[in-house]
Design a protein around this ligand. Structure first.
Ligand code: SF4
Ligand SMILES: [Zn+2]
Ligand SMILES: [Zn+2]
Length: 303
């Protein structure tokens, strides 16, 4: 098979784009898709300061590297969850990656906040992932606001986004359908959230990470309930195999024609946010935010 662009031997074949590429032309293809993803959805500009959430997985590292290559002003943020075995490995990968490429990195330790995930898990005595997710979102958002960043970028790819959309649609969850997308505008107390890899599949991002020599995090979290959305991703994979390109069409069609309708509806219904009584973080619950509730639950368990 030959590269579509330069006719050298191809190393990556993409059915959805009906094309094959050599290593160099593939990197250009990847860069163009990221660029189109940013520009078409007006995610951010080269003048803005972007905070990139770095978990240690290949998607977040590929995102950070590509944005830096394109000249964006990026800083990485890694949240050390304090999980033995898994967290030190993830943090090591992120630190080596940023040092090797000369990229700015901030690390936030949950143990220093009294929120190391094993402690939360032990005291809450219920599945820890939802609390862990709340904690991560809270501290990513806080770091973005405190550091004066214009946007917080995450490495979610097309497979993540299409599976989430599929799941929201199966439940007709209008609240989630109204604000799912590659750009979520900032509002009082919330940073703008962006997903620049939304046009690229897991397979395409993995190829880029491989060709760029990105080392990534292999020690899985011991509390992982298994990959999220596995069944939905599998179904979408089968659809894509039978009809190449459908996954991107499904998601793009939603952005163009579905989301505006749901967004209007949610605006009419309105959701009131007020500052958390303890830390000031915006919340719709009326008193304490999600993380302060977790802190309260930990205190009660300790007493
Ligand atoms: S698997 Fe659950 S506990 Fe582990 S890092 Fe992910 S969300 Fe946190
Ligand atoms: Zn080529
Ligand atoms: Zn709070």
């Amino acid at each position: 098979m030959k590269c579509k662009i330069c006719k050298e031997t191809a190393v990556v074949a993409l059915r959805s784009h009906n094309a094959a590429f050599c290593a160099e032309c593939y990197k250009d293809f990847f860069a163009r898709q990221v660029e189109r993803g940013i520009e078409s959805q007006k995610l951010f500009t080269r003048e803005e300061k972007i905070l990139v959430a770095l978990s240690g997985g290949k998607d977040s590292l590929a995102l950070m590297l590509e944005l830096a290559r394109q000249g964006y002003n990026v800083t990485g943020l890694h949240i050390d969850l304090g999980i033995p075995g898994s967290s030190p490995a993830a943090r090591g990968v992120v630190e080596r990656f940023c040092a090797r490429h000369g990229l700015k990195l901030m690390v936030k330790e949950m143990a220093a906040e009294g929120l190391a995930i094993p402690d939360v898990k032990e005291r809450l005595r219920r599945p820890v992932c939802s609390a862990c997710g709340k904690i991560k979102r809270h501290f990513f958002n806080k770091a973005a606001l405190d550091g004066g960043f214009d946007a917080l970028a995450t490495g979610h790819n097309l497979d993540d986004e299409a599976a989430r959309l599929f799941s929201n649609t199966l439940r007709w969850d209008t609240a989630y359908l109204s604000d799912q997308g590659p750009r979520l505008d900032g509002e009082d107390g919330f940073a703008r959230k962006v997903k620049p890899l939304w046009r690229l599949t897991e397979f395409e991002t993995a190829n880029y990470a491989f060709l760029m020599g990105i080392e990534h995090h292999y020690a899985p979290c011991p509390y992982s309930p298994g990959a999220s959305f596995t069944t939905l991703k599998g179904l979408l994979q089968r659809l894509e195999a039978a009809m190449p390109g459908r996954k991107l069409d499904f998601y793009q069609g939603f952005l163009k024609r579905g989301r505006p309708v749901f967004a209007r509806r949610e605006e009419e219904e309105g959701l009131e946010l007020a500052p958390c009584e303890s830390c000031g973080y915006p919340t719709s619950s009326g008193d304490l935010c999600g993380v302060c509730r977790i802190r309260e639950a930990l205190k009660e368990a300790q007493a």
